[in-house]
Ligand binder design. Structure first.
Ligand SMILES: Cc1cc2nc3c(=O)[nH]c(=O)nc-3n(C[C@H](O)[C@H](O)[C@H](O)COP(=O)(O)O)c2cc1C
Length: 145
């Protein structure tokens, strides 16, 4: 069975809710998930990560992700890591989904492999973010098969 770390960046709970729906869907498809809602780098030991994060400020990371990002900045080599990122943002901001995009760049700089283009969910769209995220999952599952 595949196991992945699901890392959540969320300030008001939307990304957290999306992540919880993803856990249900992934586990029903035989993928085991370690959910990190207060992520600590040391606890994320799998070679496969799925990150779900919102964006705050002017394109900043949500607060719960800041210690994780600081630890990542100090880490030199993540070349064994494969990952994908789902961003949840609001397209009325110029910095639409910048936390998700910046995190993907940071992981790539550290040598990790981005499996799919960053999924940029827009809370202004009529579809529920969790439905859009779950609809995106088959592409991800195909990549990790
Ligand atoms: C103060 C504030 C700043 C925000 N800044 C951004 C931003 O720069 N870019 C973006 O895409 N979304 C931005 N958003 C939208 C949030 O990312 C969006 O509402 C998201 O669903 C929040 O998820 P959360 O509840 O998991 O924190 C901002 C929202 C607030 C309230």
């Amino acid at each position: 069975m595949q196991t992945l770390d699901l890392i959540v960046g969320s300030q008001m709970g939307s990304a957290e809710y999306v992540a919880e729906q993803l856990v249900e869907s992934l586990e029903s498809q035989g993928i085991s998930v370690n959910l990190h809602e207060q992520p600590e780098l040391e606890a994320c030991q799998q070679a496969l990560w799925l990150v779900v994060t919102s964006t705050y400020g002017a394109g900043d990371y949500p607060e719960n992700l800041l210690p994780f990002i600081a630890a990542l900045n100090d880490k030199s080599d993540l070349s064994d890591l494969r990952f994908a990122v789902i961003g949840i943002g609001d397209s009325s901001y110029d910095t639409f989904n910048h936390a998700a995009l910046n995190l993907a760049e940071l992981l790539k700089e550290k040598g990790a492999t981005l499996l799919l283009e960053v999924a940029k969910i827009d809370v202004l769209q009529p579809d529920l973010p969790e439905d859009t995220a779950v609809a995106w999952l088959p592409k991800f599952i195909e990549c990790i098969a």
